[in-house]
Write a protein that binds this ligand. Structure first.
Ligand SMILES: Nc1ncnc2c1ncn2[C@@H]1O[C@H](COP(=O)(O)OP(=O)(O)OP(=O)(O)O)[C@@H](O)[C@H]1O
Ligand SMILES: [Mg+2]
Length: 348
């Protein structure tokens, strides 16, 4: 991408979130800007938002930003982790209870829905909620009304609902584990946050951001620099723990590595190992490095074949089976592409 084009794109991205306070949210990728743009638009409304994305991608961070940028910002933001509270206690946590409602309920208590009045309630890990409670939640969201456990008085609240999950709710609906009607109520505005491996342009801006945070917290902290090889390893790593994992890595390195320059061997074992037999090309790397379509497809084929061969200990029949390919086709490709056991998987 030429500098002029990328500058133009960056300008357009900035414009799309004009007026939105993105404090604490680092990153430059198109995927992130799409999330921020939707967050900006939705912040002005009271519509329910469902944020999906793998663990550690920033779902809570985005939920907080929506609240902060909304007309409800002076009201409370109440967070409840539906997966962390046993289902028999969750109902009373959400809706409160009256005295004597159950054993141990010595006094009445208000729930999170009431606390969130005039503000936002963030229902985290919504996919873990029991079917029984899903029915009650549906009514509370639909009518903004509910009763405390053991109570008969109907309570009304004025709240905005944001929920989040790292589960595939559509699959859960098919399995009968999640109510379809509740899903549509929650998912008025969907926001999906991409995993870090699908927006690798964010890796270094995030690493810089976390280092700057450390600099603010620790007066004698010196900003570290990643060597070219270390950068390559970080770019290729799959980041299964997403941004949380990157944040932890930066902090770990800041404590354990005393030199300013970070070498590959300073990185956590899993990153070093992952980069030494990287198998999947990333779309962003293809664009960033100006690799053309044909070359990228060729490299990807090589990666798949090399991976299958390594996994099968170079037993071609087995590798062909893994690739769901004829053995003869595989042998032809090996010859044509000049793939040998000594060859490393291509590195993007
Ligand atoms: N774009 C970002 N810029 C800066 N920090 C980020 C960004 N995205 C996530 N983080 C940080 O990464 C960590 C994980 O984020 P968060 O808790 O919002 O993720 P999550 O998707 O809710 O994870 P989980 O599914 O495990 O609950 C937090 O410390 C958060 O501040
Ligand atoms: Mg979370």
């Amino acid at each position: 991408m030429t500098t002029a084009v990328s500058q133009n794109r960056a300008g357009q991205d900035q414009d799309s979130i004009k007026g939105f306070d993105r404090d604490g949210i680092a990153g430059v990728s198109k995927g992130l800007f799409k999330v921020l743009e939707t967050a900006r638009k939705v912040a002005k409304s009271d519509s329910s938002v469902l944020i999906t994305g793998e663990s550690g991608t920033g779902k809570e961070l985005i939920a907080r930003a929506i609240h902060r940028n909304s007309g409800r910002c002076n009201g409370p933001m109440v967070i409840i982790n539906c997966g962390a509270i046993p289902s028999e206690l969750l109902e009373s946590e959400l809706f409160g209870h009256e005295r004597g409602a159950f054993t141990g309920a010595h006094r009445s208590r208000i729930g999170r829905f009431e606390i969130a009045d005039q503000g936002t309630i963030f229902l985290d890990e919504i996919g873990d909620m029991s079917p029984d409670l899903q029915v009650k939640l549906l009514r509370a969201i639909q009518e903004r009304q509910f009763e405390r456990v053991g109570g008969s008085q109907t309570i009304s609240v004025d709240i905005r609902v944001i929920s989040a999950t790292n589960k595939d709710l559509v699959a859960a609906i098919k399995q009968g584990a999640f109510r379809e009607d509740l899903y549509y109520r929650l998912n008025v505005i969907p926001i999906h946050i991409l995993p870090l491996r699908e927006r690798r342009e964010d890796i270094f801006p995030l690493a810089d951001y976390f280092q700057n945070n450390l600099l603010r917290r620790t007066t004698d902290y010196q900003i570290k620099k990643f060597s070219d090889q270390a950068r390559q390893a970080l770019e290729q790593y799959e980041w299964p723990g997403n941004i949380r994992e990157l944040e932890n890595m930066v902090e770990r390195i800041s404590v354990l590595v005393e030199e300013i320059d970070i070498q590959v061997h300073d990185l956590p074992e899993c990153i070093i190992n992952d980069s030494s037999h990287s198998t999947s090309p990333s779309v962003s790397c293809v664009f960033n490095k100006g690799i053309g379509f044909n070359e990228a497809v060729d490299l990807y084929q090589r990666s798949l074949i090399a991976h299958a061969l390594n996994e099968s200990g170079w037993v071609k029949a087995r590798a062909a089976q893994m690739l769901k390919m004829n053995r003869t086709t595989l042998v032809e490709k090996l010859k044509k592409m000049n793939i040998t056991p000594e060859m490393d998987a291509p590195i993007f």
